[in-house]
Design a protein around this ligand. Structure first.
Ligand SMILES: Nc1ncnc2c1ncn2[C@@H]1O[C@H](COP(=O)(O)OP(=O)(O)OP(=O)(O)O)[C@@H](O)[C@H]1O
Ligand SMILES: [Mg+2]
Length: 357
């Protein structure tokens, strides 16, 4: 991986071994690794329990399930859950995405061809066009759309009845959804990052499906580096499997997993080279900050956006870096993670103001 090629943040994020978005290889294997029903879906206890109730109740009434909004970071299982919802309801699923719907007419065509009870999965629902969004309001609430025929003064709206369907919307940015859209979902599931123990279960399950031998400690080692994200866990598992096949007898244990992931420069906490470069610059060159984002970006030879959007969110989430009004600051945990000793207090770094004694 060459970081010089990844100045575009989206591309950079997609190509990273610890990036949360799906790359080509992920897409190819994910279908095989997706849990098929709620019982197989690991973790997210609250969401599972609530969704189970919603679906059971709808089934008992012989009705179509209420519209469901799935919100959460990439790779946490939104697409997987949408397919599970359809499977649990015994309904077919139609898959599309916000960016694929350019015009309201595109949406009208999809809606009018739905069967009764069908699940319509609308991925990246926050990226839908305005007119399509407004058409969706009416479709969700009244199962009706107005199809506009003709142009100008002669244009007429022809109302079209739709069969009841379940809309499953997915978004990584729930905050960007207009309230009228959010309010039309009967149930919103907020997906959280996974605990290491849950990721271990994901890894054991995937290893089983991929016919890979792995022991408990090997799975724990990979889980700890997976950034709370099943997609990353599955991807790291595949890389470790390669290593185990080439360098060992194919069985993954703690030692093999650790060695493999250090070849790929994914450290014990799941930081990759870029993450560590940012932290190292912050601590070693700027004494832990505060330092401005642009200065930090120049110091690591990256674009501002790459540092801000690709590296920082995870560092902030891990409590290694703080964004303050005066700039970026390395936390005590960051010093500890890199095995460095923070400068003495009062050395002019301003850290004592932020972290107290
Ligand atoms: N709870 C889970 N149990 C087991 N595997 C899971 C779970 N959640 C996700 N996965 C696995 O992680 C991978 C990514 O999941 P999925 O595609 O559903 O994520 P997503 O939230 O839709 O991501 P994106 O925002 O990029 O669309 C899939 O291969 C899936 O098998
Ligand atoms: Mg998805």
């Amino acid at each position: 991986m060459n970081w010089d090629d990844t100045t575009d943040d989206a591309a950079g994020a997609a190509e990273r071994l610890v990036g949360a978005s799906a790359d080509g290889e992920d897409q190819a294997v994910e279908a095989a690794l997706r849990p098929k029903d709620l019982g197989e879906f690991i973790g997210q206890e609250k969401v599972r329990e609530q969704l189970d109730l919603v679906l059971r109740a709808a089934r008992a009434r012989g009705a179509t399930a209420d519209h469901v909004l799935l919100s959460g970071a990439p790779g946490l299982g939104k697409t997987t859950l949408s397919m599970i919802i359809a499977a649990e309801m015994g309904a077919p699923i139609r898959i599309t995405s916000g960016p694929a719907i350019q015009h309201a007419g595109d949406l009208a065509a999809i809606l009018s061809s739905l069967q009764e009870g069908e699940v319509l999965f609308l991925d990246e629902i926050h990226r839908m066009s305005r007119p399509a969004e407004e058409m969706l309001y009416m479709a969700m609430e009244d199962f009706r759309v107005d199809v506009i025929v003709g142009k100008g003064p002669g244009a007429t709206a022809i109302p079209l009845e739709l069969p009841p369907f379940t809309l499953v919307g997915a978004t990584t940015r729930a905050g960007l959804l207009p309230p009228p859209l959010r309010d039309r979902f009967g149930f919103t599931a907020h997906m959280e990052f996974y605990e290491p123990a849950e990721l271990e279960r994901v890894i054991h399950r995937s290893a089983n499906l991929l016919d890979v031998a792995i022991d408990t400690e090997g799975a724990a080692e990979i889980a700890g580096r997976s950034r709370g994200t099943p997609r990353i866990a599955n991807r790291l598992l595949r890389r470790v499997r390669d290593y185990a096949q080439v360098k060992a007898d194919g069985v993954i244990n703690r030692e093999i997993a650790g060695a493999a992931l250090s070849v790929y420069e994914v450290d014990a906490r799941g930081l990759d080279r870029l993450d560590r470069a940012v932290l190292e610059a912050l601590l070693k060159l700027f004494g832990g900050g505060p330092v401005g984002l642009s200065t930090l970006a120049v110091a690591v030879g990256e674009e501002r956006e790459t540092v801000e959007e690709v590296a920082e969110p995870f560092l902030v989430r891990e409590g290694l870096l703080a964004r303050t009004p005066r700039g970026r600051v390395g936390t005590p945990a960051a010093w500890a993670h890199l095995g460095l000793v923070p400068p003495r207090q009062g050395a002019g770094t301003g850290q004592q103001d932020l972290f107290g004694s």
